[in-house]
Design a protein around this ligand. Structure first.
Ligand SMILES: [Fe+2]
Length: 398
């Protein structure tokens, strides 16, 4: 990256970091079961929830218990179950229509990252009815309170139940854009392991690796605080400890452990940001509809290697956290152990080493999207421009 752009990026990031303690971050209140939701609605005087989910989750019967308890309490849900992976503006509009047609007064998202992003999109449109969703891309473009938003994650990974971000794909251009604003932080997060117990193992594994990516990118970035470093470390420790048992559904304790880990990683990255792994991954899932968690899992060790000595100290600290060694082994050796452990974990979880399907002729545009998303916002350890980012796609290609 040229010097002028580099200085601009670092000044931008330093300004945000300085402002961090004064920004209105909040943590959603935690509920431990979906059966606690009706009580919250009664307490708030709300009666007409929009339930945003996806068809397979609903067909698996995962929303059944929630729909029943809402019905029993006289708060029947109006359901939008058309969310798909990488939700589009069109899906947000469809869900918004149900919200408006039925006079809904609050939103419950039920699912992985996609229904949550879609639900946040609906909330943003309710808050800013005259502003097109696309114009809310970037930071602090909503500025008004959303209807009450309750998030029920059915994957332990995105951390979206605690973040201020919504990721939406423009249905026409396939450009994926991120809306970041404080009103998008849900008011409640329901960490109920009974709703993740039917998740296919491959999805549980990939989303768990997304949580690990959040924790690592937040930790190695330059805008950390004592709080975010602590949350990221706890998340890394728990992912290494619980991901395999949780993905295989061998233990409810491990599943709860992963839900909490993903939530902690969410708390860390919503304050300390992610980095190039996410920027590159978003460009890939926008263009080719690739699953976010799996793409991140593959990119994570590749990008950490490319960062080189600059991140050795931090990776060494995370390696100690993950139980891979002791600080006395030296930071370079520990950093290498940490990267090797991610490759091995991916392998045990059935995640490949390379990403199939990246076309050489697309790399220019993909790198431009990643550059636009990451620079100047993400406080990455080393700044790379569009030309340098192309290297990541080439290294990751199958
Ligand atoms: Fe992510």
């Amino acid at each position: 990256m040229d010097k002028v752009k580099e200085i601009y990026c670092r000044i931008y990031q330093t300004t945000l970091r300085t402002a961090l303690p004064f920004l209105p971050y909040r943590n959603p209140k935690i509920l431990h079961s979906v059966t606690e939701i009706p009580g919250v609605l009664i307490e708030k005087g709300l009666k007409r929830p929009l339930l945003v989910t996806d068809r397979s989750i609903r067909e698996l019967g995962l929303t059944k218990r929630l729909e029943e308890v809402l019905e029993e309490n006289g708060e029947p849900a109006f359901v939008y179950d058309g969310t798909k992976q990488n939700p589009t503006t069109q899906m947000v509009m469809e869900a918004l229509k149900i919200y408006r047609d039925n006079g809904c007064d609050c939103i419950i998202s039920f699912g992985g990252g996609s229904p949550m992003d879609c639900a946040k999109g609906v909330g943003a449109c309710v808050a800013r009815p005259k502003k097109p969703l696309k114009r809310m891309a970037g930071i602090l473009k909503i500025g008004r309170k959303l209807p009450l938003l309750i998030a029920v994650p059915t994957t332990a990974g995105t951390g979206s139940e605690t973040t201020l971000a919504a990721v939406i794909v423009d249905g026409e251009t396939r450009h994926k854009y991120v809306i970041n604003d404080f009103p998008l932080i849900p008011s409640y997060a329901v960490l109920d392991p009974s709703v993740i117990s039917m998740l296919p193992s491959s999805i549980a594994a990939a989303t768990g690796m997304d949580a690990l990516t959040h924790a690592v990118e937040a930790y190695i970035g330059r805008s950390t605080t004592r709080y975010t470093r602590g949350e990221a470390k706890k998340a890394v420790r728990a992912v290494f400890h619980d991901i395999e048992d949780a993905a295989a559904h061998r233990s409810l304790r491990a599943e709860k452990g992963m839900l909490i880990a993903a939530h902690r990683a969410g708390r860390a990255f919503t304050r300390s940001y992610v980095g190039y792994i996410h920027a590159v991954s978003h460009s890939l899932s926008g263009k080719y509809n690739m699953p976010h968690g799996r793409t991140n899992a593959i990119l994570l060790p590749i990008v950490l290697e490319m960062y080189g000595p600059k991140v050795h100290q931090k990776l060494a600290e995370l390696a100690v956290c993950a139980g891979l060694g002791k600080m006395s082994e030296g930071r370079e050796a520990l950093a290498e152990k940490f990267i090797a452990a991610i490759y091995e974990l991916n392998e045990r979880l059935g995640i490949p080493r390379k990403i199939e399907g990246i076309e050489e002729e697309d790399i220019d545009v993909l790198a431009a999207y990643a550059d636009r998303e990451a620079n100047p916002l993400y406080p990455v350890p080393i700044l790379w421009d569009r030309e340098e980012l192309k290297e990541i796609y080439r290294k990751a290609r199958g």
